[in-house]
Design a protein around this ligand. Sequence first.
Ligand code: ADP
Ligand code: MG
Length: 340
Amino acid sequence: MKRKWILPALFFLVLFQWACTTDFSKDNPTLTKNALGMNTLIQISIYDEEIDEQILDEAFDYALELENRLSRYVPDSDIAKINGSAGVGYVQVQAETVDLIEKCMDYSEQTEGAFDITLGALTDLWGIAVGKNHIATQEEIDEALRHVGYENILINRDDNAIMLAKQGVILDLGAVGKGYISEKVREFLLEKGVERAIINFGGNIVLIGKNKNDKPFRVGIQEPFNDRGEYLAVVSSEKTALVSSGSYERNFRGDDGTLYHHIMNPFDGRPVQNGLSQVTIVCDDATRADILSTAVFVMGVERGLAYIEQLDDVQAVLVTDEKKVIVTDGLKDNLELLKK
Ligand code: ADP
Ligand code: MG
């Protein structure tokens, strides 16, 4: 009898996870394929006139291979092995895993710790991304915070080996994994000669080329706290990645109405509360866009905007809890607001 619930639950999960941006072009893809992965729905649509269906299958296989390498929940993954040896010893991993972790640490430094992939103890405590939904006590938070901090990541580049300095430190690539894997899938499709495509990882969008009419793809930005498919704005983008982070994604409300969501402040150990409800980053690299969408969300309007202003070629749309929409100058000509 229990089995009856599995399909509806899965369906709900898929509906729920279809995140903040999605394809807004009226163009019909030549070929499109969906699959569940990365705890979300993945869709790849190809717009080239001719396409070998096998390429799409290979792209999904590749995404799965990368997930199996990077997910902390896959027992044999690089990340699970590093976590399992925290405080014990170095673990040899793929060179690409080291590259990615180094990149994350770079952004931790740049954002003065707002972005930090060592906060697994905090995400486990609150359990929001996995639906545990525990309201943590200050004592529990203090204990978890003792195991958070990117300075705990030790890297031996010569051997591609990584170690976490003490037991209890847990790597969590939730804020960068989807961006990274979608970027890798884009590279894969480019290598196979694909010239027009939309890669959608639960609302994180990566583009290749333009649509069939040689116009930029139009990508909708989901309106925070509204039904999926209610759009706030449309971006006509030639940039290759649009990634959103928001407090409306995975969350629950406490009895007093407080919203607890999955983006954590690594300093106080609680879900970020700074008046922002969504950050969308538009730039030409999905790994970077994914990192920055989370980082800017944590940094808040003022610091976040100041930070991206001094980066090359990064644009953003910020939405506050009061539904105020802030668009960076470089994006204004390519963005159409659908709601006042
Ligand atoms: P989504 O998963 O909806 O795409 P994000 O890219 O913002 O959204 O990632 C949120 C996930 O990132 C959380 O579920 C958690 O695993 C992790 N995370 C939360 N806060 C931070 C943070 N300050 N720095 C790095 N990772 C974080
Ligand atoms: Mg992110």
